[in-house]
Design a protein around this ligand. Structure first.
Ligand code: NAP
Length: 324
């Protein structure tokens, strides 16, 4: 395994972060098996992965609880990232980034994860109903109390993220050290949004859905409706079945064959070659998928190969995408 430091911090993380969204039962495409989930996490540890990403909202706490069980007794070697914002219960104060909800949810996440502290506490989305200064003050409290080590953000328009960084500097609050955004060979819209800001501000980038929900694993056919895999029941993944995206996959397939690597390894390697990317958040559902991903660390790409992979698509930012 290779390691890097997250953004401008001294926090050492593996260059692959294990995403834990698949570990739960909320959606039909999830693993829905506690023991198998823990086996994937244990295999990741054996591979040298020390960086794990989850969220309070993933299967309403189930993912955090599974990760906590798997990491029991191994807390010191692990870097745990989780998130707050999504709805955790119906009614007032059941979601968002108010001081009330953030402090309550941090305690709940700590309990489920079975830990005294969260390494990276991320705001999952922007909350238009709460002033960012209120959220920053709540995050500051958590860092001051030793419950959180670093704060991060995820998926928002760049101007809002710039405002958050500015307000943190102005009030001498903890600054967001990382941005978790959708980024893969099909979904490159963040090149027109938050990524230039992250490069300028030395913010660590940890891309989600690095395989576009499995599309880049070359498991679907343009002529057939998916019967298995995430695309069979997940509209977001099925929505990627466009002619432009199939054209990207054609290039991925051809270049992978030429280089004698898999489309998965090539797609993840492309992300690892982006200088501002610290660690793609991989989402294997099985041990075999995990084992089939780590080889990406050994794949070298020339500038010409990167250009070839990017040629079929021009990235476009749309507010609708950033506000999902
Ligand atoms: N901040 C956010 O808003 C946000 C949003 C989404 C995700 N995330 C984070 O990012 C992580 C990864 O997201 P993701 O699950 O969408 O990632 P992804 O890598 O784009 O998709 C994962 C899916 O790809 C397929 N796959 C993975 N490795 C494979 C392999 N080696 N061979 C064949 N197929 C493979 C599997 O599909 P099948 O299950 O169909 O086999 C797997 O479920 C999540 O766990 C979560 O931590 C964050």
């Amino acid at each position: 395994m290779d390691y890097t430091t997250l953004g401008s911090t001294g926090l050492e993380v593996s260059r692959l972060c294990l995403g834990c969204m698949n570990f739960g039962s909320e959606e039909p495409w999830m693993l829905d098996n506690r023991e198998e989930s823990k086996a994937v996490i244990e295999r990741a540890i054996d591979q040298g992965i020390n960086f794990f990403d989850t969220a309070n909202v993933y299967s309403r706490g189930e993912s955090e609880a599974i990760l906590g069980e798997a990491l029991a007794g191994r807390r010191e070697e692990s870097v745990i990232a989780t998130k707050v914002h999504g709805r955790m219960r119906e009614g007032p104060n059941g979601q968002g980034l108010s001081r009330r909800h953030v402090l309550e949810q941090a305690e709940a996440s700590l309990g489920r994860l079975g830990t005294e502290y969260i390494d990276l506490y991320q705001i999952h989305r922007w909350d238009d109903s709460t002033p960012i200064t209120e959220t920053l003050s709540a995050l500051d409290t958590l860092v001051g109390e030793g419950r959180v080590r670093y704060v991060g953000a995820s998926t928002m328009p760049a101007w809002k993220f710039a405002k958050a960084l500015y307000e943190a500097d102005l009030d001498n609050r903890e600054r967001f050290v990382s941005m978790q955004c959708e980024y893969n060979l099909l979904d490159r819209h963040e090149e027109q949004n938050v990524l230039p800001l992250c490069r300028d501000q030395d913010i660590g980038v940890i891309p989600w859905s690095p395989l576009a929900g499995g599309f880049l694993a070359d498991k679907y056919d343009r002529e057939e409706e998916p019967e298995d895999g995430r695309a069979a029941t997940d509209d977001r993944t099925r929505g990627r079945f466009t002619e432009e995206n199939w054209a990207v996959l054609d290039v991925v397939r051809d270049l992978a064959a030429e280089k004698d690597v898999s489309p998965v390894e090539l797609s993840i390697a492309w992300l690892l070659h982006k200088p501002m990317v610290d660690a793609p958040i991989i989402g294997p559902r099985t041990i075999e998928q995990l084992d089939g991903t780590v080889g990406a660390l050994d794949v070298s790409l020339t500038d010409e190969e990167v250009e070839r992979l990017e040629a079929p698509k021009d990235p476009v930012w749309s507010r609708a995408i950033g506000d999902v």
